[in-house]
Design a binder for this molecule. Sequence first.
Ligand SMILES: Nc1ncnc2c1ncn2[C@@H]1O[C@H](COP(=O)(O)OP(=O)(O)OP(=O)(O)O)[C@@H](O)[C@H]1O
Ligand SMILES: Nc1ncnc2c1ncn2[C@@H]1O[C@H](COP(=O)(O)OP(=O)(O)OP(=O)(O)O)[C@@H](O)[C@H]1O
Ligand SMILES: [Mg+2]
Ligand SMILES: [Mg+2]
Lengths: 253, 253
Amino acid sequence: MGRIIAVANQKGGVGKTTTAINLAASLAVAEKKTLLVDIDPQANAGSGLGCKKNEIRESVYHALIGEKDIKDVIRRTELKYLDLAPSNIDLTGAEIELVSAISRETRLREAIASISDDYDYIIIDCPPSLGLLTVNSLTSADSVIVPMQCEYFAMEGLSHLLNTVNLIKKSLNPSIKIEGILLTMFDQRNRLSHQVAEDIRAHFKEQVFESVIPRNVKLSECTSFGKPILLYDIKSRGAVGYLDLAQELMARH
Amino acid sequence: MGRIIAVANQKGGVGKTTTAINLAASLAVAEKKTLLVDIDPQANAGSGLGCKKNEIRESVYHALIGEKDIKDVIRRTELKYLDLAPSNIDLTGAEIELVSAISRETRLREAIASISDDYDYIIIDCPPSLGLLTVNSLTSADSVIVPMQCEYFAMEGLSHLLNTVNLIKKSLNPSIKIEGILLTMFDQRNRLSHQVAEDIRAHFKEQVFESVIPRNVKLSECTSFGKPILLYDIKSRGAVGYLDLAQELMARH
Ligand SMILES: Nc1ncnc2c1ncn2[C@@H]1O[C@H](COP(=O)(O)OP(=O)(O)OP(=O)(O)O)[C@@H](O)[C@H]1O
Ligand SMILES: Nc1ncnc2c1ncn2[C@@H]1O[C@H](COP(=O)(O)OP(=O)(O)OP(=O)(O)O)[C@@H](O)[C@H]1O
Ligand SMILES: [Mg+2]
Ligand SMILES: [Mg+2]
C-alpha cells in the first residue's frame, strides 16, 4: 500500500508545486514507483513536467465526479518510475459542484483506493486554499508536508492549516499526521530568512525537516523547460535540497 | 464617487497583498482618502498594517452576510488618510455559506455602496482563488490590478483570470476593466526575470504598468514590523516602486 502524502498550505506561492514535482521526481530516480496527483485547478504541477494544459481532456476532475476511473486519467512522464494524474480547468468548478454532492469530502480517497497498491508513494499537489479540493486531499492522505517560505507571513496562516488537519483527523481521517514542515526559499544572505527559520524550528522542533530548500533560480528556470530540477541541473543547490528531502522521507518509511 | 480597484490573481504568492498595502499607503500619503478592504481569509493585509488577527471581532465577513454595516467594521490606521476594513477567520466559511444565498455575487458591492463616496480610492486585496470572494470583488470594482511575478508560472493562469473578468463584465459588472498588469519581484540579475517581463510586455503592451516592483527584501521585512514600506524605509527600491505606481494611477484618474 503506497504512502499518500499531501503537499498543502493555503498561503500562496510558498513552493507547494515546486516541492510536489521535485520530491516526486527524486523518489522516482530512487526507483520508488511514484504518482503525482495535481488537484490544483492552476495545473502547475503538470506544466512543470512538460504537460501542456490544453492537451488534457481527462483530468483528476473526471475521477472526482465519478465520470472516469483514475486509471484512465494517469499518464506517464519522462521518468520511468513517475506517473502523473493531471489537473485541468474543469477542476475550478469542482468545489462549487461538490458542495451539495454525496460524500463530497471522500471523493478523491475513493478514486485513489483502486490504484494505491500500484505505487510506493502518491504525492498530491494542493491549491492555495482550504476548500473542498484540499479537504479531499487531506482526507485521502497518510500525512501532509507543509512547505513554508522563510518570510514573515509564513507563520501567520499555519495555525489555521493545523486546525483544519485536526478537524479532518477527528472526523474524516483519523490516521492523518504531519509528515513535516519544509523550509523553502531559504536565502543565506537574508537576515529575515534566518530569523523566520529559527522561529519555526523553535516552535515546531522535530516536526521540521532537516532538509532545507534554498532560494535557487534554477528551481524556477527548470519549470519553464517543463523538467524537474534533477533533469535540468542535478548539481544545483535546488536539486540537492530535494534529493536530501527524498532520502529523509525514505529513511522513515 | 471613489474609484474601486481589486487586486487579484489566483496564482499564489505573486505580491497581491504587498501591492494592496503599499499602493493604498502611497495613495494615502498623497492625501487621497483611501480604504483598504481585506477579503482574503488569510487576513495578511491587516497584519501587514500592524492589525493583530485575534483582535478583530467584526470583519468584512459580517458586512457580506449583512450582520453589520461596513461602517462599523472599518478602522483607522497609522496613516491619516488610510482606513482598513479587516478580514478574519470567519471569511473562510463565507464561500460555502454564500453558495446558496440570494445575490451571492453582489454582497460586497451592496456593502461598499454606502461608503464609496467617503473615499477617493478603495483597494480590495483578494485571496489566491477565483471563488465567490474574488467574484464579489470583481463585481464591486471599477478596475482590476493583476500583479504578476516575473517567473515561469506567471503567464500560466492569466488567461483563466482574464476569462473570469470577461464573464463578470458580461453578466454582473459591465463597466469593469483591466487597470493594469503589474510586474512584481523583478530581479535585475536574473535572466528569467528579464525574459518573462519581455514576454508579458510583448503580449499585453500598454496594459502593463510602466512602474515595475523590484525584488526587495525590505518589502518582506516591513511586513514583519506591521508597517507599509514607506513608513519602514522610504528610500528603498520597494518604496520607490509603489510610490511610482501610485503616481501612475493618480495621473489617470
Ligand atoms: N526554492 C526556490 N527558489 C527559487 N524560486 C522558487 C523556489 N521554490 C519555488 N520557486 C518559485 O516561486 C514561485 C512559487 O512557487 P510554487 O508555484 O511552487 O508555489 P505554490 O505554493 O505551489 O504556489 P500556489 O500557491 O500558486 O500553488 C514559482 O515561480 C517557483 O518557480
Ligand atoms: N517585491 C518583493 N520583493 C521581495 N519580496 C516580496 C515582494 N513582494 C512580496 N514579497 C514577499 O513575497 C511573499 C508573497 O507576497 P504576498 O503575500 O504579497 O503575495 P500574495 O499574492 O498576496 O499571496 P497569497 O496568494 O497567499 O495571497 C511575502 O512573503 C512577501 O513579503
Ligand atoms: Mg502550486
Ligand atoms: Mg495575499
